[in-house]
Design a protein around this ligand. Structure first.
Ligand SMILES: [Ca+2]
Ligand SMILES: [Ca+2]
Ligand SMILES: [Ca+2]
Length: 200
């Protein structure tokens, strides 16, 4: 009877262990090199420029503690770029994107733009008076596994864009366990019991 109870406990742990959201990706831009038209580390920029703000480059616009870094979604070339990166996502999982966004913090009008995550789209509109960060989120559940883009595209090009920080993606994994995993777990438990019997 003891062996059956142990097996049941292992299976229950495998099922419940995969049922809640786990951190999949995060970037607070603290490891990026600041500068005009700088590309945040690990990201790509197309169709214009963005830039990394920090202690030696307009860091006050990040509105944070000393040393804080963030991204201005409109660089210094009068052509706001598209900030993007690609993720390998798994069908059946739900990915929750969260990020902090503020207006340009320079009294330079309203910033509008588009955030795309896979096929999910969010349009933003932040007045210059919106100096506090707004936390925005977007869900994406891919129908098939593969590579998908996350992109931030500020409209316009006056060198003053929306301010971005703290991009986080969590994943809610498909709660149905993979049969092969359970079989392996069962085999492992049985092997352990057999070894115990041999020793006993
Ligand atoms: Ca930051
Ligand atoms: Ca700029
Ligand atoms: Ca602008």
């Amino acid at each position: 009877m003891k062996s059956k109870l142990l097996f049941a406990a292992v299976v229950a742990a495998a099922v419940t262990g995969s049922a809640h959201a786990a951190l999949f990706f995060s970037d607070d831009f603290q490891s990026s090199t600041e500068g005009g038209n700088a590309i945040p580390s690990g990201w790509a920029v197309s169709n214009g420029t963005v830039e990394v703000l920090g202690p030696s480059f307009f860091g006050g616009l990040c509105n944070g503690a000393t040393g804080e870094k963030c991204v201005d979604l409109d660089g210094s070339t009068r052509d706001a770029g598209i900030l993007s990166r690609v993720f390998s996502l798994t069908a059946g999982n739900t990915y929750a994107l969260s990020f902090d966004l503020a207006g340009n913090r320079r009294g330079a009008g309203t910033e509008t733009g588009t955030v795309s995550f896979g096929t999910s789209v969010l349009n933003f509109s932040l007045p210059a008076a919106q100096t506090a960060y707004v936390n925005l989120s977007l869900l994406f559940s891919p129908g098939s596994s593969g590579n998908y883009s996350l992109s931030f595209a500020n409209d316009g090009g006056d060198n003053m864009g929306a301010i971005l920080d703290n991009v986080v993606i969590t994943v809610d994994q498909n709660a149905v366990p993979v049969p092969g995993t359970l079989a392996l777990l069962a085999a492992g438990v049985l092997a352990g019991l057999a070894a115990k019997r041999r020793r006993g």
